[in-house]
Design a protein around this ligand. Sequence first.
Ligand code: HEC
Ligand code: HEC
Ligand code: HEC
Ligand code: HEC
Ligand code: HEC
Ligand code: HEC
Ligand code: HEC
Length: 489
Amino acid sequence: MKRPSPKCSTLAITFLMMVGMAGYNPCWAASISGVVKDLVTGLPIAGAAISDGRIQTTSGSTGTYILNELAGNYTLTITKSGYLTTTQVATVTNNAATSVDWALTKNYGTQAIPAARMNYVIFAWNDLGMHCAQDDYSYFMVLPPFNTVKAQVFRRGSEEARLITSGVTVTYAFPKKKNSALHTNFWAFAPQYGFNVPINVGLTGTPLAGEMKPAADGLSWEAVGIPITPYNDDGTWDPYGTAVITVLDSAGRSLQTANVVAPVSTEMMCSNCHGTVNPQLDVLQKHDKNVGTTFEADHARGIVHACAECHSDNALGAPGKPGVPSLSEAMHGFHHDKFSPADRASTNGCYTCHPGPKTQCMRGIMAQAGKGCVDCHGDMAKVATSIQNGRQPWVQEPKCADCHSAAYAENTNTLYRNSLLKNSVEGDMNNKIFCVACHNSPHAELISGNAADPTISMKFQGDNYWIWSCTVCHGGSSRLGMHASNRRN
Ligand code: HEC
Ligand code: HEC
Ligand code: HEC
Ligand code: HEC
Ligand code: HEC
Ligand code: HEC
Ligand code: HEC
């Protein structure tokens, strides 16, 4: 291991810092540096203490800091009065400067917790932060209209909380979205794509409003595959439509209600490159030209294809045909060099096909902190090559613990959206509460930049943070951290 050379005395370093050259340091081969800002205002924060558990430094007047390190893996913790303590992991290699920026969140408030006067609380979320669908299915199908809302119901007591998984009815409805057939021709073509479902009913038989079913996990309620569109019945474009969840007792009396967003967008800008006249036809023609398929002729005869007929797609559980790359590998691998080097490695490029410059599907706290798609997923080439190297698309995705300390990891081999809190200091509470119940869906993690997201925490906790107050579910007011960290602001 490389050690600091003896000539690098504290005096020498102090001198460099005094002359404002702390960033230039001949003594260590590597360093971690960055800027500390306020999450909401974006203004620099001076005097924040950053520690790797061994050495510590403090941010200067412009929010910058530097930690001189040896090569290795570090878990950094930052503390600053008035702000929440938070962590990031960093890997330092020799002769390289590792950049770790921070965006701090103000301490939790001292408001009265609204749930304290309620007997039931509902946590509801969308499985994904955004579902993608198409307005027009008359040429091909990438993804069908398919949205999934999940909920957990807790009975509050003076002390104890109880998870409710039976004995009540849980319903869902979209007050502004009652007729999807007004806005998509999906059902006219559904049989050709292999789905035999009545109009306004989703692939798994789920209607636009109805009862949620107890989920196989034994902990939650769900409505899987609701076929909503990004349009309200009156035609308004609203990719962040609201579902109303109601919990009823056996006599049909309402025990509690909550609103939750169910995002869906059709903002897929293939037209940026495939022509604005008929981009869908152009896509078919290009596929025919390069692969030898007969999609254009098929279309002329009224025959349409799902991409997943041949390209496997884990989002649909479609196995594809042997020897044909998965749809994700094909799309990202083929297209990456069709984009400028800047676009293929930036949120801007991803937003060409993922929704999108108008929809802004990425709105969670990480986006507020300045992270982009590529920070978590890699660039377009990497999305494809990682699949060639064995990654299962849709099933193996980035992890919270790629950046936060191990105390905040998902469950082993489990997606974030399917993981449960397991390391609370209160044993009875473990294995019962979904991460997303407190933090919200991927790409929409609270504190979100979109006011449609924090409806649950606003109603029950009285702020737009993730669920931090024990009182939301329990009587009493412990000062323990929710995760085993035992941490308090
Ligand atoms: C009951 C609510 C609740 C659940 C469930 C929950 N968290 Fe948290 N989470 C919190 C709170 C509160 C904090 C703030 C720190 C603390 O109290 O430990 C937090 C903090 C975090 C952080 C930020 C860590 C940092 O560096 O500041 C991450 C990442 C995180 N949680 C991930 C998860 C994951 C992954 C799961 C599921 C395995 C999960 N959380 C389940 C409430 C929850
Ligand atoms: C690419 C790195 C990265 C990944 C991956 C990541 N985060 Fe973060 N997270 C950050 C940064 C940066 C911040 C801003 C706070 C800071 O500077 O540490 C943050 C802040 C947070 C906070 C606020 C913590 C506090 O006390 O201020 C929570 C909660 C959180 N993340 C949850 C999650 C969850 C849940 C996941 C997984 C779904 C996740 N993060 C994945 C980088 C990341
Ligand atoms: C999202 C709702 C929720 C939040 C927030 C929450 N709890 Fe719990 N807690 C539960 C559930 C559910 C149980 C398990 C009850 C059972 O066994 O059915 C539980 C169990 C417990 C228990 C064991 C006694 C009992 O009631 O069964 C304690 C103690 C406890 N929690 C403390 C806390 C503390 C301290 C906090 C804040 C750091 C907290 N809880 C936040 C839902 C919550
Ligand atoms: C940055 C420009 C760009 C964007 C955006 C774009 N494409 Fe393409 N695409 C191309 C180019 C260039 C080709 C190759 C044309 C040729 O071979 O003549 C192509 C070819 C294709 C092919 C044929 C692939 C083959 O060779 O088999 C398909 C299928 C395709 N695109 C689908 C799409 C879809 C669907 C979207 C939107 C979700 C999209 N593209 C967005 C540039 C783009
Ligand atoms: C009838 C089967 C079939 C269907 C349906 C199909 N493809 Fe393909 N696709 C192929 C085959 C075969 C290839 C060539 C694979 C190779 O070269 O390894 C291919 C290649 C591609 C490529 C280029 C991959 C590369 O790396 O060269 C893209 C992009 C692509 N398809 C996108 C789509 C899209 C988008 C759809 C739906 C609109 C679609 N495909 C529907 C069979 C199909
Ligand atoms: C802070 C890290 C982070 C950023 C930034 C991020 N993602 Fe993700 N992404 C994730 C995580 C984590 C998952 C897996 C969610 C899960 O496990 O439930 C995911 C999953 C996905 C999925 C699979 C479906 C889903 O929603 O779970 C797609 C598609 C996706 N991301 C695209 C994008 C695009 C496009 C961007 C930028 C507009 C982006 N991501 C930005 C972390 C990130
Ligand atoms: C040319 C269009 C296009 C661009 C540009 C694009 N994607 Fe995608 N992406 C798609 C399509 C189409 C799917 C859906 C494939 C499916 O249904 O399986 C997808 C799916 C994904 C998935 C989920 C499947 C998986 O591999 O895990 C992730 C993650 C993802 N994209 C990330 C990104 C990121 C990050 C970027 C920017 C660096 C990006 N995409 C840019 C078209 C694109």
